[in-house]
Design a protein around this ligand. Structure first.
Ligand code: C2O
Length: 534
């Protein structure tokens, strides 16, 4: 195993997209930023130096961070932010994981442009559980605003209304040839005929789940969130913000240019950016001037395509990569997730849109939760987060938008190594909506999902406890529920939130505090000496 050193200079950089330019926050002057490459078992050291006027922190999305919560990255959860002019070395070892993950800023809305892929290769000499691809290609999907992204969210917070949607989706940073500015050609994927390519797809968009497809070609999904899946063929991939998907692409045509498309999935009546990002798959020997074969992206409300994709996902569950689904459950929780409306005298409508879990709109503290936990600093958080909804309502019907939430910095305490079943239930307080929930510090198994209200008597009988998909970010279906299971084998404080950034900002977040175990290797390590101060 090796130690891999990276240096991330967070700098402003002028960027041009859609025929207009603006300064963006970037890592090393690029967006998407550099791809981190490592092997399973390696230690990764990333020195992050903040040269911009904003506070910064970086999260290594999906990295388990066993006992090293200090390197997880969410600001005010596991660290104070890196202030302008300061630096911090993230230091973590990759244990028991291989595949595609990613990194992103975890403060303000900086992740709009501060993100990149994190590729973990298997240990040397260990093959993939599928034929070795001819080439691997990182495909980062994103969103682009013509205006300053921090201004977009600040404006929304002031008014209490939803923020403006983005002006374009992007593939590896570019809206592509079908955008309103066709002179910017966008991403081009050159291929040879009769080969297999592995696409490492990351959804780094702030607020939109995406469909991904390629004209004339099928894709074979082999991994999600850095866990191998049973391979399955599909026309269309569904990928939520936070999620990653590895898909094999066989170039079984002779020649030609084919459109690669990323378009939004949103089955709630909510505004989305409707511009499909495009790129070109280009067979070698095809004239640049030849016409591109187009593909029609699914409609934005293609719920059935989304559901079919999701239900096809299964853990590989081979002898070498078994699915270790917890069968006996120590803690059974039910969290409602949704939006509400709270009074606000300075807002446009006299109210503001908020979001909540179990009716709690989470309030960020001013020092990090992990420090408060480790050093026993009182008054920062309470550990009385409700394990079940405290009020009764029909979860799925659209209700009059008068649901007020409570506010607080409340955590849920889990005993080290206990097993947890958590049902995530969408609520329709304003409208049912799909929420991609991300849990830090753990992978979990999705043992069940359904529409309507979760039925605690009937639904668990249908759970898949054999080969459920294992991941770190899960789409809670619009007007439905999903049940996940995990083992709390990682001591520390672990954030859980909707990966639609606007919902996180509105308060759809909470954290688990996991106690230390008794063994010598079961405790959170002490913080590094350069841990940023608040
Ligand atoms: Cu990818 Cu808490 O985030």
């Amino acid at each position: 195993c090796m130690v891999r050193h990276y240096k991330f200079n967070v700098v402003m950089k002028k960027a041009t997209r859609m025929c207009s330019s603006k300064p963006i926050v970037s890592v090393n002057g690029r967006s998407p930023g550099p791809t981190i490459y490592a092997r399973e078992g390696d230690t990764v050291l990333v020195k992050v130096v903040n040269h911009v006027k904003y506070n910064v922190s970086i999260h290594w999305h999906g990295i388990r961070q066993f006992r090293t919560g200090w390197s997880d990255g969410p600001a005010y959860v596991t660290q104070c932010p890196i202030q302008p002019g300061q630096q911090y070395v993230y230091n973590f070892t990759i244990t028991g994981q291989r595949g595609t993950l990613w990194w992103h800023a975890h403060i303000l809305w900086l992740r709009a442009t501060v993100h990149g892929a994190l590729v973990i290769l298997p240990k040397r000499g260990v093959p993939y559980p599928f034929p070795t691809p001819h080439k691997e290609v990182v495909v980062v999907l994103g969103e682009w605003w013509k205006s300053d992204v921090e201004a977009v969210i600040n404006e929304a917070l002031k008014s209490g209304l939803a923020p403006n949607v983005s002006d374009a989706h992007t593939i590896n940073g570019h809206p592509g040839p079908l955008s309103s500015c066709p002179s910017q050609a966008g991403f081009r994927l050159p291929v040879n005929t009769s080969k297999t390519y592995m696409l490492r797809i990351v959804n780094a968009a702030l607020n939109e789940e995406l469909f991904f497809k390629i004209a004339g070609h099928k894709l074979t999904v082999v991994e999600v969130d850095a866990v191998y899946t049973k391979p399955f063929k599909t026309d269309t991939i569904l990928i939520a913000p936070g999620q990653t998907t590895n898909a094999l692409l066989t170039t079984d045509l002779r020649s030609g240019k084919y459109m690669v498309a990323a378009s939004p999935f949103m089955d709630a009546p909510i505004a989305v950016d409707n511009v499909t990002a495009t790129a070109i798959l280009h067979y070698s020997g095809t004239l640049a001037s030849s016409a591109t074969i187009l593909t029609a992206p699914p409609p934005r409300n293609a719920t059935q395509i989304a559901a079919n994709f999701t239900k096809s996902l299964r853990s590989l569950n081979s002898r070498k990569y078994p699915a270790r689904v917890p069968l006996k459950i120590d803690r059974s929780l039910l969290f409602t997730v949704g939006l509400g409306v709270n009074p606000c005298s300075t807002c446009v409508n006299g109210s503001r849109v908020v979001a909540d879990i179990n009716n709690v709109t989470f309030v960020m503290p001013t020092i990090s939760l992990l420090q408060a936990h480790f050093f026993n600093i009182s008054g920062v958080f309470t550990d009385d987060f409700p394990g079940n909804p405290s009020i009764k309502y029909n979860y799925t019907g659209t209700q009059p938008a008068n649901f007020q939430t409570t506010t607080g910095t409340r955590l849920y305490r889990l005993a080290y190594n206990s097993t947890v079943q958590l049902v995530l239930q969408d609520t329709g307080m304003i409208t049912p909506e799909n929420h991609p929930l991300h849990l830090h510090g753990f992978n979990f198994f999705e043992v069940g999902r359904g529409l309507g209200n979760f039925n605690p008597k009937k639904d668990p009988k249908k759970f898949n406890l054999v080969d459920p998909v294992e991941r770190n970010t899960i789409g809670v279906p619009s007007g439905g529920w999903t049940a996940i299971r995990f083992r709390a084998d990682n001591p520390g404080v672990w954030f859980m939130h909707c990966h639609l950034e606007v919902h996180t900002t509105w308060g759809l977040k909470m954290a688990f505090v996991v106690d230390n175990g008794k063994g010598p290797d079961e405790s959170l390590l002490p913080p590094p000496s350069d841990l940023p101060k608040c």
